[in-house]
Write a protein that binds this ligand. Structure first.
Ligand code: 6PG
Length: 237
């Protein structure tokens, strides 16, 4: 099998992965603030970034200079525990001095079409993202852009998603062009469940995550396949 791509960085485990990405984001944030006075950052959803967010919230960032966006959102009621913005609020930004007007949630509670139209307007008014943080699903999806779905080819800044294979079925996502229009992308991938999709990408399959423009990939060893997948804990352990 071909060697890992040069821009794929492998951490020993999920905790080390979270630490490396948190430090990288802290560095990018400080540089953006020094150069442009602000850091415009689209957050990843799902579970992988949670550890990273918890580490970051304890780091000395100039929080008042951050503008937060979201790479995608699930069409659930505002405040629902299953929403990506709820996870990010609890793990990263609750209680931090980010002006509320600088947290740009996706109004996915309005449904895919209306939510996407509203968020496309938000993105159109925003400067280019300094960073988009993304995860990757076991099928190679990223944000809410799933293999074979029309949303993947939709060129709008924010796109409606229907019948997503990962529940909930309705979502709003930044479109591929918006993700690729960011200054920088970081993709965080952890766990042996992602190994197959990473292998397919290395073999040249154009899964959604492989269609991202040049990105920094941070993997843990389980996802990268450099250690055997962890056996489920034995109940008697
Ligand atoms: C979501 C995310 C999705 C996520 C990947 C990875 O709504 O779940 O937008 O793209 O980043 O599915 O999820 P995990 O990090 O939980 O494996």
């Amino acid at each position: 099998m071909a060697a890992l791509p040069a821009d794929w960085r492998v951490a020993a485990d999920a905790e080390a992965l979270a630490q490396r990405v948190a430090e990288r984001i802290q560095s990018l944030c400080a540089r953006a603030i020094e150069e442009r006075g602000a850091f415009h950052w689209a957050l990843a959803g799902g579970g992988t970034p949670r550890r990273c967010y918890r580490l970051l919230r304890r780091m000395p960032l100039e929080w008042a200079r951050l503008h937060l966006y979201f790479s995608d959102e699930r069409c659930l009621p505002a405040g629902d525990a299953g929403r990506n913005d709820r996870m990010a609020e609890q793990a990263l930004f609750s209680g931090l001095p980010i002006p509320p007007g600088q947290i740009h949630r996706i109004p996915a509670e309005r449904g895919p079409e209306r939510g996407a139209a509203a968020y496309a307007a938000t993105l159109a008014d925003a400067p280019a993202m300094d960073l988009v943080l993304l995860g990757m699903g076991e099928d190679g999806h990223t944000a809410s852009l799933f293999p074979g779905h029309p949303a993947l080819e939709d060129t709008r800044l924010a796109v409606p998603v229907f019948q997503a294979p990962k529940p909930p079925p309705e979502r709003v996502s930044m479109g591929l062009s918006a993700l690729n229009g960011a200054t920088r992308r970081i993709v965080m991938v952890a766990g042996s469940g992602k190994r197959d999709a990473l292998l397919r990408i290395r073999e040249g399959q154009r899964l959604p995550a492989a269609r991202l423009a040049r990105s920094e990939w941070y993997l843990d060893a389980e996802a990268a396949g450099t250690t055997p997948p962890r056996r489920p804990a034995n109940k008697t352990d």
